[in-house]
Design a protein around this ligand. Structure first.
Ligand code: 5GP
Ligand code: MG
Length: 180
C-alpha cells in the first residue's frame, strides 16, 4: 500500500517491512554478543508501540530470556507533551540485573531518560536501551541509545506498532505523515 488515511491525516509508505526486519536482525546479533555470560538479563518491552519490534527481536534472539512489559506515555496526537505518565511501571525486581529496554522510537528522549534513571535508582546493575527507530535531530537530552535499528528524520510516522491516536499500529510497514 502506497498511502493510508488515519482520521484526518494522510501517510505515505516510508520504510518497508523487509528493511525493518533486516535492521532488527542486525541488532539481535549485537545484543546476543553483548549479553553472553551476562547472568540473568531482563528485557522490558515498552507498550504499546514496541510490541511488533519486541516480537521480531525476540524471535531473532531465540533464547531463554526473561521479559516483561511496561507502559508510559508522553504523546498526545502528533506531538510530545514533555511530561512522562507512568501507566504500568516495571514490577519485576531489577536489583543487580542488566535491564534492556525495548522501545519503538526515541524522539526527544524524555520518556527513556526518565525510565532509565528510575530503573537505575531501583538498583539495576546496568540499563541499556534498544530502540527500533531513532530521530537524532529531535533529541532534547544527552541520552544515547545503545542499540539503534534505523535513524530517521524528524517526521511523524505510524505503523509497525506506532500509532496516530491509537490507529495505524497494525500495519506491517512504516508510513510517514504527508507534509502539512
Ligand atoms: P520521547 O519521549 O523520546 O519524545 O518520545 C518517545 C515516545 O513518543 C515513543 O515511545 C513513541 O510512543 C512516541 N513517538 C515519538 N515519535 C513518534 C512518531 O513519529 N510517531 C509515533 N506514532 N509515535 C512517536
Ligand atoms: Mg513508545
Amino acid at each position: 500500500m502506497g498511502r493510508i488515511c488515519l482520521k484526518d491525516k494522510e501517510f505515505e509508505l516510508f520504510i518497508p517491512e523487509q528493511q525493518i526486519r533486516e535492521a532488527i536482525a542486525e541488532m539481535a546479533l549485537e545484543i546476543r554478543k553483548d549479553i553472553e555470560g551476562c547472568g540473568n538479563p531482563l528485557f522490558v518491552s515498552i507498550l504499546n508501540g514496541a510490541f511488533m519490534f519486541t516480537a521480531e527481536l525476540m524471535r531473532q534472539l531465540d533464547g531463554p530470556y526473561e521479559m516483561t512489559f511496561a507502559r508510559y506515555s508522553s504523546y498526545r496526537g502528533t506531538s510530545t507533551t514533555g511530561k512522562v505518565n507512568e501507566i504500568m511501571p516495571v514490577t519485576v525486581d531489577v536489583r543487580g540485573r542488566l535491564v534492556i529496554l525495548l522501545e519503538d522510537i526515541v524522539d526527544t528522549g524524555t520518556t527513556m531518560q526518565y525510565v532509565m534513571e528510575k530503573l537505575k535508582s531501583q538498583g539495576a546493575a546496568d540499563v541499556k536501551l534498544a530502540t527500533m527507530l531513532f530521530k537524532p535531530d529531535a533529541m532534547r537530552c544527552d541520552l544515547v541509545p545503545d542499540y539503534i535499528g534505523l535513524r530517521i528524520p524528524t517526521d511523524f510516522i505510524v505503523g509497525y506498532g506506532l500509532d496516530y491516536d491509537e490507529l495505524g499500529r497494525t500495519y506491517k510497514d512504516i508510513y510517514k505523515l504527508v507534509g502539512e
